[in-house]
Design a protein around this ligand. Structure first.
Ligand SMILES: Nc1nc2c(ncn2[C@@H]2O[C@H](COP(=O)(O)OP(=O)(O)OP(=O)(O)O)[C@@H](O)[C@H]2O)c(=O)[nH]1
Ligand SMILES: [Mg+2]
Length: 476
């Protein structure tokens, strides 16, 4: 277990977002919680003894002025049956920044301290209710915008990640126990398991599961962080119309005048559970005016960060050099395999599929590097083809098939520890093959265990903890 000092004072924070809403919650944790219930709340029926986990209806009083502040529901959760394992008081009041702040002020006036970001969850961790992977999952959950990221965080919150780490940990322990025997009785030829079996154990139950988790980080990145998708094309092909259609909102101005969009416009959408930032851009054309030149510079900047680009072409008009120039102007800023050709305005033409097929071949012959690229036909006006476009976009973003998101998805901090553990195990495996002495191999294995402990929080420093929890919002 970690040996970081537990906090003993009472903390409070507003636990709900500050904005208009139905209810707001002020959360208190620590030894003063129950006394606070008595001093600032007036329940409709005064209980003899405050019961744990029971909602009490009543009013919050300002003890200094003896005035009623709000009508509330309050609950006390007695230690250790609470989120933090301390006595907790939660006051559900009417939402609104003024009321919430007023109640918080009254609470603070009673000798309670304002909580730091993430301090409730930090206490839950320090008091042993959750491990560090679960604490970090709470953070991910509160930040998750797309449902997939949220689902992943919940799995982590349920402790799936920790149990995988524990399995690896146990395997290493087993290997160490075997080595201990060899160290303690160097002259006797006791072999509990052979060297090759030991190597096998470290590979199958150490190295391989670690590699799988590290790979899950790479695979899961897009589910965790989302992706950026650029919409590019010459003026008037329907880029802004597509942004609006996918966002189900009139986010960008659409007119029949070429050159309507001058700046980049971003909108987050939820694409099959993945958070995608769509970026509409100014139409690219030859001889740009000074504003357009700035616009093109913006596109180049965004292009470097985008995971995919939708190259929009107007199927109702012949292919023009202007279309081709879009890719030339953006040059090396977008990789060809990241580009998806999208033929828009299919509602304006007859038998659009065969026409689009011909148009694609024409593009391949003029731009051989695009050969074999995927394309979609859509009408940003009627919405036709948008569903298939979404499927193609996901495929592009996931580099091929519709991969299932990994069950467990380490974050960057955790991935670095996993890599450290894998390196240590590799050294041990290598050492075994080269007949290195068991005590040296033991040191490598101990390093691996220590790296794993950084993930679950078994051996972690105050500094790292503070860093992790500082990313939380207040009241978490
Ligand atoms: N019939 C039809 N018209 C469309 C479609 N998509 C866009 N338009 C029309 O095409 C015109 C240009 O649309 P925009 O979305 O503004 O095009 P844009 O590519 O953003 O243009 P710029 O911002 O000027 O580069 C508008 O009059 C739209 O109504 C479509 O699928 N079918
Ligand atoms: Mg536009």
């Amino acid at each position: 277990m970690h040996d970081i000092k537990k906090e003993e004072d009472t903390i409070a924070a507003i636990a709900t977002p500050l904005g208009p809403g139905g209810i707001g919650i002020v959360r208190v944790s620590g030894p003063l919680s129950i006394r606070l219930f008595r001093s600032i709340l007036r329940p409709a029926k005064t209980p003899k003894e405050i019961q744990s986990h029971r909602l009490y209806y009543g009013w919050v009083l300002d003890p200094q002025r003896d005035a009623v502040v709000d009508e509330v529901l309050a609950v006390v959760m007695k230690a250790p049956h609470s989120y933090t394992r301390e006595d907790v008081l939660e006051i559900q009041c009417h939402s609104g920044p003024a009321i919430l702040r007023r109640i918080l002020e009254i609470v603070i006036g009673q000798g309670v301290r304002l909580a730091e970001p993430g301090e409730f969850t930090k206490r839950a961790f320090l008091n042993g209710r959750i491990d560090l992977t679960q604490a970090e999952a709470v953070l991910d959950l509160s930040l998750a915008c797309a449902d997939m990221a949220g689902q992943l965080a919940i799995k982590q919150l349920q402790g799936q990640f920790s149990s995988r780490i524990e399995e690896i940990h146990n395997a290493i322990k087993e290997a160490m126990a075997t080595l201990e025997v060899a160290i303690d009785y160097p002259d006797e030829d006791i072999e509990i398991i052979s060297e090759s079996q030991l190597r096998e154990l470290l590979v199958t139950r150490g190295r391989n599961p670690l590699s799988a988790l590290i790979e899950a980080f790479e695979k899961g990145k897009i589910y965790r962080d989302g992706a950026k998708v650029l919409i590019i094309g010459r003026p008037n092909v329907g880029k802004s119309s597509l942004l609006n259609a996918m966002a189900c909102e009139d986010r960008a101005i659409v007119t029949s005048i070429p050159g309507t969009t001058r700046d980049t416009i971003e909108k987050d959408i939820n694409l099959e559970g993945i958070l995608v930032k769509l970026i509409d851009t100014a139409g690219v054309r030859r001889d740009p005016d000074p504003i357009e030149t700035i616009g093109i510079e913006r596109i180049r900047e965004k292009a470097g960060l985008a995971q995919a680009a939708l190259w929009i072409l107007d199927l109702s008009r012949p292919l023009s050099t202007e279309d081709i120039e879009v890719l030339e102007v953006l040059g090396n800023h977008i990789k060809t395999d990241k580009i998806l050709m999208v033929f828009n305005k299919i509602d304006k033409v007859h038998s659009w599929k065969s026409l689009a097929g011909k148009r694609a071949s024409e593009i391949y012959s003029r731009l051989p590097k695009m050969a074999g690229g995927t394309w979609a036909g859509i009408s940003a006006l009627t919405g036709e083809g948008l569903a298939s476009l979404s499927v193609l976009m996901i495929k592009k973003l996931l580099d091929g098939g519709l991969a299932e998101p990994p069950n467990i998805m380490p974050n960057l901090r955790q991935k670095e520890s996993l890599e450290k553990a894998r390196r240590a195990i590799d050294r041990a495996i290598d050492g075994l093959s080269h007949g290195i002495s068991p005590d040296l191999i033991s040191i490598d294995l101990r390093d691996a265990i220590s790296a794993l402990g950084k993930i679950t929080g078994d051996n972690i420093t105050d500094e790292v903890l503070d860093h992790i929890f500082s990313h939380f919002c207040l009241g978490k």
